[in-house]
Design a protein around this ligand. Sequence first.
Ligand code: ADP
Ligand code: MG
Length: 487
Amino acid sequence: MNKKPDEYLITREKNVYEVVIGLEVHAQVLSNSKLFSSSPTKFGAEPNTQVSLVDAAFPGMLPVINEYCIKQAVKTGIGLKAKINNRSVFDRKNYFYADLPQGYQISQYKHPIVGEGIVILDMPYGQREIGIERLHLEQDAGKSIHDVDPQSTLVDLNRSGVALMEIVSKPDLRSLDEVNAYIKKLRSIMRYLGTCDGNMQEGSLRADVNVSVKKKGTKNLGTRCEIKNVNSIKFMQMAINYEANRQVDLIEDGKKIDQETRLFDTKKNETRSMRSKEDAHDYRYFPDPDLLPLELKNDFIEKIKSEIPELPDEKKKRFIDKFNLSSYEANILVSDKETSEYFEKVIKNSDVKLSTNWITGELFALLNENDLAITQSPISAENLSKLINLIKDGIISGKIAKTVFELMASGDKDPQKIVKEKSLEQESDPKALESIIDKVISENPDKVKEYKSGKEKLFGFFVGQVMKASDGKANPKLVNDILKKKL
Ligand code: ADP
Ligand code: MG
């Protein structure tokens, strides 16, 4: 089942290197309030308007665990087919920074809430299983703003205390395409679950990217570098690309890789050292004395399990088994929850094959062109279903349907009404078709002669002429039948 990947290989004169990648994804928990306080978490609020005394770390304030955030983490763990730990511990990770008023971040360290799991990627070369090491809960820090006041740094604590899930993968990823597929799959799972909105522009999903290289075919992993806080798939790919080549160049020069933390400069397209392993922070983790270990009863976990909706992998399987879709079609339709819902609405009353083609073809093209999400589609599932039935019932041809589709997109919503008003019904009366066909035949005696003497390719020419003469409305199947007889 776990296919061998198409590896990202880097070739120098004599040597070929494989690139190895592991991701630590920080996903903001979808929750109206923070992990240890009741402050709101809305994106884009005025600075420092969503800050309680707990988030600002006033002396004597005590954190209180938000049960909803715990449920969200458990849900996500189940979505990652992972082990949920009955006991987890919140530690203090100590460091000083202006946007961290507590002087420490509360984070799970040795005892995370979720253990090992798996994410399945559908790659062109087959399915790949990417291991999940763990998922732990932690609080976000505030935000330092360096570019508003030339004299000083400003601090916005709105984000301080917001719940994050850190999802740590095993070093199983082997190419830029796999990184792309992995992030999209994680996002898809969390959006199905409603545990993270996956909005990368708003910073709800960002990743620390770990990269190492090794000579092709060797077993041991090379020394890794970690690139901090990358906030788009494209930047992750650019950073990996740069970093892997940097490491290969060092090895080719006979130097060794230092394990270090680096940052990615998106303007210069390069990674730069922030700190090396030697001067790595000693965070002095210790259990937060204000928080008891978190004990989850099996009932609590089972109840959440029973509420998990159908997830992309299961939905894909159902679409293939029940509707006979190809794996490729099913993937496209399930990757986004809203798309899968739209599809299921359309096929409730319409032919599956036609619906699949129209959604993945015309509809997706229309949405792409206008940069719309499926929830903003100008054509509702109900109306697309009606259009498909007009084709299926032979009332309009597939070609005319494209015209109707365009009219629907530009405001005339109801396809039945459009077809009536513009009298676009397909001509299926054999008598009427015969008279058009007779006319085409009598107007093209030379072509008829050629056809009869064996130039069968000309059949298409006659069909074309009939379609043209009927303004595209002739029923193609009938035209074919009658033409064959007459010729
Ligand atoms: P740290 O606290 O140092 O960041 P973590 O355990 O949180 O360590 O994360 C380590 C990450 O590095 C994981 O995502 C893991 O898959 C990845 N990783 C470990 N070794 C390698 C390696 N040799 N090459 C690439 N990635 C690696
Ligand atoms: Mg880490």
